[in-house]
Design a protein. Sequence first.
Length: 168
Amino acid sequence: MSAIQTVQDAIDWIHSLVPLGIKPGLQRMEWLMERLDHPHRYLKFIHIAGTNGKGSTAAMIARVLDEAGYDVGLYISPYVERFEERIMLNGRPIPGEELVELVNRIKPLVDELAETEWGPPTEFEVITALALLYYERHRPYFVVWETGLGGRLDATNIVYPVVAVITT
């Protein structure tokens, strides 16, 4: 396996996982977290779920915490202008070089997981795992964590939130 060299190659690889679609269950996330030494266990999450307004609510909470002087991560889906906005720290998208580095760290695990009984992870599961690695590295005081499609088996439910918000 050759290493991914550019941000565009990293994003293209992530998007190549799209055909895998939605696969309910947390087994793949649990498998990944075990091999990554449980990065989610070192962070404080504010988990945002609900039908409408998740992104706006997450952005507002992150902004309030930022204005109060906290280091804050913001994980959203989808992005507004560019992919890196999905994983933010203190209002700034994940730097491209860190995205490439983390993709190269997780890609061998994705390939290994594909050979297990659970099969390959989805694009969303991989992005969620990348975000957890990034936030563990930088240790913001809070991570505002927007759920995906939601529900009990959503990949974001791998975390243990200090606060959970359900929008209407």
